[in-house]
Design a protein around this ligand. Structure first.
Ligand SMILES: [Zn+2]
Length: 350
């Protein structure tokens, strides 16, 4: 097979929380927190499910297309990109609404579409989103904010170069880059007080990777510390935001009596990592027809990132302004994508 016929490309992204982000489990209680966030069942580290990301990106893609090409009609009937192609896509009983399912619709081809009333089967979509994992986590220290990470969190970003990332020589210290602040012999992370070291050999590779490929800004890189996997899990879970809020009765707009509740969130400044797998449109047909909305895996990615012209808003820009997760009306959820036009990762289908 030639390069043009590869079955998929995978693109890596990093994004920084501009607000606390709450992607909830739907009412599960943990200790004193009423509304907990989703955690990885194995590592116990909070994450944002890929399905949540896919859901908001679908909505923002439809909004962007609606803003650029308002009043779309199909076969003479109104079929706006938004809200029809956003959301879960089941049409009403009279056939109104629902995904358009057209081979030239960027929303329905990239994100898939539901089976319509009386029509043929749905389509799974060309884009697949991984879960968004915590890559760098901000913690207060005597040196100002520090961002911590661990070998487990870093390994996911580079299956080739970092796959052999050693565990740290010492489990109970923080490793920092050797620079002018590195003569500090210890670092307090939250209320943990840990000895600091600079002799972890792979620190340089790690820094280069996250700075060059993922676009993590220099002010974060210069405040980077690496801890063991176990310590990372512990520090993240003991430094989440926990907020208390008052439930508002939607009927009266007044606070419900006794309705105080607490909820967790990833703090502002958290850097998340995720992958976008883009299938090759040439390998699929929609309703027996070739897909025309996008022609290559790179074009699938560009539906989300924009075409790089700078002036057009992309769905990623909507993510920065409208956010992800719950509590958006309480000023939560905005996320800035750090590497706006991600290059390919090493992974691609043959
Ligand atoms: Zn559509």
């Amino acid at each position: 097979m030639t390069m043009h016929n590869k079955s998929f490309d995978t693109f890596q992204f990093a994004g920084m929380a501009l607000d606390p982000i709450h992607v909830g489990t739907g009412g599960a209680r943990l200790g004193r927190v009423d509304n907990t966030i989703v955690r990885d069942p194995v590592t116990k580290i909070p994450k944002i499910p890929g399905s949540s990301l896919a859901g908001v990106m679908r909505a923002y893609t439809a909004m962007k297309l609606e803003a650029e090409q308002p009043g779309r009609k199909i076969n003479g009937k109104d079929k706006p990109y938004y809200p029809d192609c956003a959301g879960l896509g089941q049409p009403a009983r009279d056939g109104a609404g629902g995904h358009c399912g057209q081979a030239n619709c960027p929303v329905c081809t990239v994100f898939g579409f539901a089976k319509g009333v009386g029509s043929s089967g749905g389509f799974a979509g060309l884009a697949a989103f991984s879960d968004m994992q915590v890559l760098l986590f901000p913690v207060a220290s005597q040196l100002g904010p520090q961002w911590i990470t661990c070998p487990m969190a870093l390994r996911q970003t580079d299956p080739d170069e970092l796959s052999n990332l050693d565990d740290l020589p010492d489990q109970h210290v923080v490793y920092r880059k050797a620079d002018k602040t590195a003569n500090q012999l210890s670092l307090n992370l939250g209320w943990l007080f840990l000895p600091a070291k600079t002799d972890w050999q792979q620190m340089g590779d790690v820094v280069q990777k996250i700075a060059n490929t993922l676009g993590v800004p220099g002010y974060i890189i210069s405040r980077l510390s690496v801890v063991s996997d176990k310590l990372f899990t512990y520090i993240v879970n003991s430094n989440l935001e926990v907020r208390t809020s008052v439930a508002i009765d939607p009927a009266t707009g007044a606070a419900e009596e006794g309705a105080l509740f607490t909820y967790e969130a990833l703090p502002r400044g958290t850097v998340l990592f995720w992958e976008l797998t883009c299938r090759n449109p040439k390998h699929f047909k929609v309703d027996g027809r070739e897909i025309t909305a996008v022609r290559t895996p790179d074009e699938v990615k560009k539906v989300l990132t924009g075409n790089g012209s700078g002036s057009n808003h992309s769905p990623h820009d909507y993510l920065e302004h409208l956010g992800i997760g719950g509590m958006a009306s309480r000023g939560m959820g905005r996320l800035r994508v750090l590497n706006a036009d991600s290059d390919k990762s090493g992974k691609e289908g043959s």
